[in-house]
Design a protein around this ligand. Sequence first.
Ligand SMILES: [Zn+2]
Length: 270
Amino acid sequence: MPELPDVEAFRRILASCAQGRVIRRIEVRDPGVLHGIGATRLRRALEGRRFGRPERHGKWLIARTGGPTLLLHFGMTGELVCATPGDPVHAHDRVVFTVRKDRQLRYRDQRKLQGLWLVDDDGLTRMLGDQGPDAATATAADLRGAVAGRHGTVKSVLMDQSALAGLGNLLADEILWRARLHPARRARGLTDDECTRLHAELRRTLRAAVRAGRVPPRRSWLTGHRDDPNPACPRCAARLHRGRSAGRGTVWCPRCQPDPTARHRPQRSR
Ligand SMILES: [Zn+2]
């Protein structure tokens, strides 16, 4: 599932493939990905305009054109591909922007959970108005503010786009493992030191993942072990636990990330 680092990679693809280029032609191969606009109106609004410098907020990609702004969200399976017109069309290429004779920007998505919106400035403010600060640039104070005001577990707050924008399931698990915090800890119960640690690991993880263009499944990362049949913690070698937290499949290390409720239970013999 595309998270902040993936969308940042799509932003770079848009920039290198299409920034400064005139949109010559838009082919809507599946109008099911368009929201609030039909294929004809989209073409009329954007053909002949020029892609400006793309921006990103959380998991949203913001493509300015000098007129209306194209907003893209990649849901669970979306991606942005730079192709040439001669490349075979993929079954999941939903919208194809031809930006010069030899370049096409293709919005490719299998499941079509999100898609494309065309908005003016007010619409942009409305669409992104419920987003929290972007996770890549959030300060320690932003993070403190996000966890302090919210009920629920720290994992659910990290994944709540209105608290902090850009994190998904993989990043939330990775960051919590690095910060040695159990995913079911109450967000409001974090100490100041724990918030500072969480912020430091958030920044460190995002920097590396943005460089990689995704959450890399490295063996030194928790992410590199989540699909192992008998996953072991790359830090302490304990058997990793799997469960559900914030409604998502969650992986954590019971030794590095102690269960917050365990201290109230009778001590288990080893
Ligand atoms: Zn461990």
